[in-house]
Design a protein around this ligand. Structure first.
Ligand code: NAD
Ligand code: SER
Length: 321
């Protein structure tokens, strides 16, 4: 394998922490540089290099890429769906300009590869609700979804025009216990676990029957690395791949949690995030990713729930309820 030096931008976030640690296992601690606008996440401390970096500052980013001999970038810095609706201008600016800065530098420095995640938020109310296909009607209603769809076509453009090897996945809502989620509509499916363990009760901001596409973080990290390691000839989609894991509703996940915490209770108080959730599909067809680079998800709802509860209990030193 050619010697790689990887820069992860947004490394202190929900995906960044786990992806950085996984990449360090493969490429060696010194060869994966973590970076973020905020301080280094405590789980990353001491495990490899960290630089403070604003992806909006193109010159600073360019200097780091040259100084550190970077060959690959994983760009994770973004504003997610719920926070984006509170500040649409900021979300558009960061999500678009951050990506364009990275793509320009990748082209100028002839980087080997770039990873940039899209989202199921590209889909809108006119997309099929069930088993939403790779190629379909796409009319997003959130600024986040619009920025992701535009971003997909910038990736495709840089590949077609400049040969930049940019790869992308439309992540579903991600569930994890190491680093907290950063302001998405699917965050309820993480909060429900911490609240169940700490208080035995959760007030859910979505209705009980709101089905959404979700995925447990170990599957998402594996999908990312498998896509990035696949031979370029196998990548037929240069916008972004659908990948599927789970599809469940707040009621279904609460019933699964009750199997472990029988006195757990849940009430529903839908807020502005309900309209966002209603605009997204309930499940995703990922047959193109399966065919192209062999994607297979591993976790189902019951295995994920057991693993989340066990790890959160351990990490936070909580009593077994
Ligand atoms: P997050 O909010 O947890 O992390 C993003 C990180 O980027 C944060 O640590 C933040 O400090 C950093 N950041 C923000 N502005 C920055 C800047 N100007 N320069 C450098 N760093 C900056 O988000 P996440 O959940 O880890 O998501 C990562 C990527 O995956 C995003 O593109 C997101 O849209 C996408 N995604 C996430 C999910 C999910 O469920 N978590 C689902 C679909 C897509
Ligand atoms: N989890 C993300 C969100 O809810 C989906 O991209 O914003």
């Amino acid at each position: 394998m050619a010697k790689e030096k990887i820069l992860v931008i947004g490394a202190s976030g929900q995906i960044g922490v786990e992806l950085t640690l996984a990449l360090r296992k493969i490429y060696g601690n010194a060869n994966v540089v973590a970076s973020d606008l905020r301080e280094e996440n405590e789980l990353l401390r001491g495990s490899g290099p960290y630089v403070s970096l604003d992806v909006m500052n193109k010159e600073m980013l360019h200097v780091q890429v040259i100084r550190q001999n970077i060959t690959q970038i994983y760009l994770l810095a973004a504003i997610l769906s719920a926070t984006g609706e509170k500040n649409p201008n900021l979300a558009w600016h960061l999500n678009m300009q951050g990506l364009l800065n990275v793509l320009d530098i990748a082209r100028e420095e002839k980087l080997q590869k770039v990873f940039w995640p899209s989202s199921i938020a590209v889909f809108g109310p006119t997309s099929p609700r069930k088993d939403c296909p790779q190629r379909t009607i796409i009319e997003p209603i959130t600024v986040y979804g619009i920025s992701k769809y535009a971003g997909e076509f910038w990736c495709n453009y840089f590949y077609g025009r400049y040969g930049a090897d940019v790869r992308s996945i439309r992540y579903p809502g991600l569930i994890s216990y190491k680093s907290s989620p950063g302001g998405g509509t699917t965050d309820y499916a993480v909060e429900i676990f911490t609240e169940a363990l700490e208080n035995g009760h959760y007030t859910c901001f979505l209705q009980e029957d709101t089905y959404l596409p979700m995925m447990y973080m170990p599957d998402a990290i594996r999908a990312t690395i498998e896509l990035m390691e696949a031979p370029a000839a196998k990548i037929t989609v240069r916008t972004s791949y659908n990948v599927s894991g789970l599809s469940f509703s707040p009621r279904e996940i609460s019933e699964e949690i009750k199997k472990h915490i029988p006195d757990f209770t849940i009430v529903y108080a839908p807020d502005y995030r309900q309209a966002i959730a209603n605009s997204w599909p309930q499940s995703i067809d990922d047959s193109v990713a399966r065919q192209d680079w062999g994607w297979r998800n591993e976790y189902d709802l019951s295995r994920m729930t057991a693993d989340m509860l066990e790890n959160l209990q351990e990490a936070n030193n909580l009593p077994v309820r």
